[in-house]
Design a protein around this ligand. Sequence first.
Ligand SMILES: [Fe+2]
Length: 258
Amino acid sequence: MKILAIGDVVGRRAIDYLGKTLRSTAASLGADLVICNGENASEIHGLNKSDAEALLDAGADLITLGNHAFGSRDLYGFLDDRSDVIIRPANYPAACPGTGYTIREVSGLRVLCVNLSGTAFMDELDNPFATVDRILDREKGSYDITLLDFHAEATSEKLAMGYHLDGRVNIVFGTHTHVPTADTRVLPKGTGYVTDLGMTGPTNGILGTDAEAVLYKMRTHMPTRFTVADGAIEAQGVLFTLEDKKPYRCVKVERITF
Ligand SMILES: [Fe+2]
């Protein structure tokens, strides 16, 4: 089993780029499941319904989200109706649209896919460690493989989550910071891990955003409208390879760019 996780998609041009490249890349890598974090895909601050559909058309089997999950109102109904293809962090209040996990059938195996938000330097949501424990308990017996997109700011919180779930969840990857980390590895009890996938968007800006706008904000603290940077697009992600037999330990974690 191979699972390809693609870092935060920033802007409409990045969706178009994936439309031209993702299916062929996933096929050449032999990926059985493709997951994209899409929370910045509609020009940074969220994801709207038509862009979500475009991302699915581009070859994402599942979209995960984060702190901008509810940035576009027209996504709310889609989040409720299509939790098989799009999930938002599970530790938001239950009253929020959508759901925080889904179980996908992939090559005859049931893959429990979970999305969580960190709470260090981010919104004060339910404790992500307790939340994932509850989900694993609740769904015990109904999945073969588990993966987590932990959308978080602090490297320490992400790595702590990796160790918290080591041997219980097959894959833990971080998103949100848009900077790819070099710590691809298999944790001691067999969980494939990386602190941050990176992003899919213009390499020329600051985290995908036009550099001038970010610099103006940081120099002056004045209100600033952020726009997606110009220039060439690059997709960044990680390919996880799992053993073919129970307990489907991760054996390889490789960084992918295209
Ligand atoms: Fe984010």
